[in-house]
Design a protein. Structure first.
Length: 299
């Protein structure tokens, strides 16, 4: 039986050694997913720009949520969108897609936001790629809290974003003091302390840490010293095995090796992102051992 636990962030350069530094809390060794959520990067506030050249994805959805700063998204589907705070970008890879992300707007404006991945279930792995931009999202409210719903549902507020598994994602705004936020008992959840510390059901959670909450709860008590932003993610436990490497998710080593080979030879499954010429991020070498599924071993 999995118990509640706190996941600390590790620093990772995004887009190369001189790229934007992000704080990654998921996946962790022995803890690959929360529901179908399999990747959480928190960046900023920082004056570092985002500059990520075209790169590929398979087997997942990318969820981009800016809190400050503007990001230009371009992809192999022909999408070209400037994403602003309070708006959601959702890209579904299907069998293959590629995209780029660059900071735009005021060069002195800080960058702050969260990028996440959602693993696609078997029935959607070979589906068509897609992109959605949602400038207006529903808001749920309760005493001392509100939630802008990115994916799924919170307290009757339902996001228009496409999902493939039972899932939830929401930006929580909690007022100074104490609030009780409803949860689905059949979901597992995690809460990211986005802009400061919080106390979740009596457990202190430091800034940037991710607190995992096992299934069985109908609510979580949140105490904060000042008005605070947090991110709630969750869903039904994801039972399918995942092989994750670089920007790819598959079910076997061979899935990943084929995706890498296809990217390196510019196969049609990944298309082309306009505006960058022939510039792309090359795939790193595969490890010298066969990749195996990531399984939860931390309990």
């Amino acid at each position: 039986m999995t118990i509640d636990l706190t996941l600390e962030a590790r620093e990772v350069p995004l887009g190369g050694l001189r790229g934007l530094t992000v704080h990654r809390t998921l996946p962790q060794r022995g803890f690959p997913t929360v529901g179908a959520w399999c990747f959480v990067d928190h960046f900023g506030p920082t004056d570092q720009p985002m500059a990520v050249l075209p790169h590929p994805h398979t087997g997942l959805q990318t969820v981009t949520w800016p809190i400050a700063g503007e990001i230009r998204h371009r992809d192999s589907l022909g999408s070209d969108v400037v994403l602003r705070p309070g708006e959601l970008n959702l890209m579904t890879s299907g069998d293959g897609v590629s995209h780029s992300e660059f900071s735009v707007g005021d060069p002195d404006a800080p960058m702050h936001g969260i990028q996440l991945w959602v693993a696609l279930p078997a029935g959607a792995l070979d589906g068509a790629a897609g992109f959605e931009h949602h400038p207006d999202l529903p808001v749920a409210e309760g005493e001392g809290w509100s939630a802008k719903v990115l994916l799924g549902e919170v307290a009757g507020a339902v996001s228009p974003a496409t999902t493939y598994t039972p899932i939830v994602g929401a930006e929580l705004s909690v007022s100074h003091g104490y609030a009780t936020v409803p949860l689905r008992p059949d979901f597992e959840h995690a809460i990211l302390a986005v802009d400061g510390p919080a106390v979740l059901d009596g457990e202190p959670v430091a800034h940037r840490e991710l607190r995992y909450l096992a299934p069985g709860r109908s609510s979580v008590g949140i105490q904060v010293p000042v008005d605070t932003t947090l991110l709630l993610i969750g869903g039904e436990p994801f039972e399918e095995e995942l092989v994750m490497w670089w920007n790819f998710i598959g079910r076997s080593h061979d899935d990943i090796a084929l995706a890498r080979a296809d990217w390196e030879r510019a196969a049609g499954r990944f298309g082309h992102v306009d505006g960058h010429g022939d510039q792309v991020i090359p795939a790193p070498p595969l490890p010298q051992v066969r990749l195996t599924p990531r399984r939860r071993s931390v309990v």
